[in-house]
Unconditional design. Structure first.
Length: 319
């Protein structure tokens, strides 16, 4: 292994034999001017993934370190795998990559590292991704999230509080600033989002609109399997309690973020119908939503920053 890696790439995997080669190769193809290490944690795969990993470790012993967990643990699936991987990372920066995702650009890592090296007041960098669904649908992640609507490239801790919008496999953050993971980290469902919250408290976040990676949605993914379990809802409820307790302002910004996305969906529906003015019942619904979110009357133009502002102005002139 490299003596002083600047970057540690943390890959966590479980039964990803159909994806893990692409994930590892997408890291090895990176064109960089610094040393890096690849830490791969496997959560007791039984589909042949570990055989693939062992082969790569033998071929790249100077870059790849395996952490092969010997059994299933009595905790949230993948939690020990995730934490042990992050603690094993020695680099100044940590780049995260899920074992069923892959990077698309050979200079993705260099660009993200360059920015953080030159901007000490930033703690995180991330980028857009392509989302590949099992039915053949391919969409940009940014097209689904209101946070990206105005071409914004610099985000803050408050933006992260307002809701999840960063794909895990796009994330690069400064190591050692988070410190020891708190006890509650073992009990929450959304570990990747919690890592983003913890990292964002130490600086700003830089967004690259480039499509530097792809995410594969498939029936065996963690999200697909866990969202159908009976304990999922209980875990999410406990998670909300912890987030509200340890991240001041979480509830208020979550309400704002959800309201913003709902407004975006409503306006998109109006656009698709090519209506020339706000129907009265929908206008009332939007105002009611604003009261619910902000607990007061508000001007849609003044309080909600979305890409449809010009569109709303045109409607107002016609009304």
């Amino acid at each position: 292994m490299s003596a002083k890696p600047l970057v540690s790439i943390s890959i966590i995997t479980y039964n990803h034999k159909d994806f893990i080669v692409d994930a590892i190769e997408s890291v090895l193809m990176q064109e960089v001017n610094f040393e890096y290490e690849i830490i791969i944690g496997d959560d007791f795969s039984n589909d042949g993934t570990q055989d693939i990993l062992k082969d790569y470790e033998q071929r790249y012993p100077d870059k790849i370190q395996l952490i092969l967990h010997p059994r299933d643990y009595d905790c949230i699936p993948g939690r020990i795998n995730n934490i042990t991987n992050l603690y094993a990372c020695r680099g100044k920066y940590i780049a995260m990559l899920d074992g069923d995702d892959s990077w698309l650009s050979t200079d993705k890592l260099q660009k993200q590292v360059n920015f953080l090296e030159e901007n000490e007041d930033f703690a995180v960098s991330f980028h857009d991704m392509m989302l590949y669904y099992q039915n053949g649908t391919i969409v940009k992640h940014s097209s689904k999230i209101a946070h990206y609507d105005q071409g914004k490239t610099v985000f803050t801790y408050k933006d992260v509080l307002s809701g999840w919008f960063i794909q895990t496999s796009s994330l690069l953050f400064r190591n050692h600033r988070i410190g020891e993971f708190p006890d509650w980290f073992w009990e929450i469902y959304s570990a990747d989002y919690a890592i983003q919250l913890l990292a964002a408290r130490h600086g700003k976040l830089k967004y690259f609109p480039d499509l530097f990676a792809k995410r594969n949605y498939h029936p065996q993914s963690f999200t697909a399997t866990q969202n159908t379990t009976q304990t999922h809802l209980q875990r999410r409820k406990k998670e909300l309690i912890f987030f509200e307790k340890y991240f001041p302002g979480y509830k208020a910004y979550q309400d704002y973020g959800q309201g913003k996305n709902r407004l975006k969906d409503a306006l998109r529906n109006l656009k698709e119908k090519q209506l020339s003015h706000f129907p009265g019942n929908l206008t009332g619904s939007l105002v009611h939503l604003g009261k619910f979110v902000f607990n007061k009357d508000f001007s849609i133009l003044e309080k909600v920053e979305i890409i449809d502002v010009d569109f709303i102005k045109k409607w107002k002139k016609k009304s």
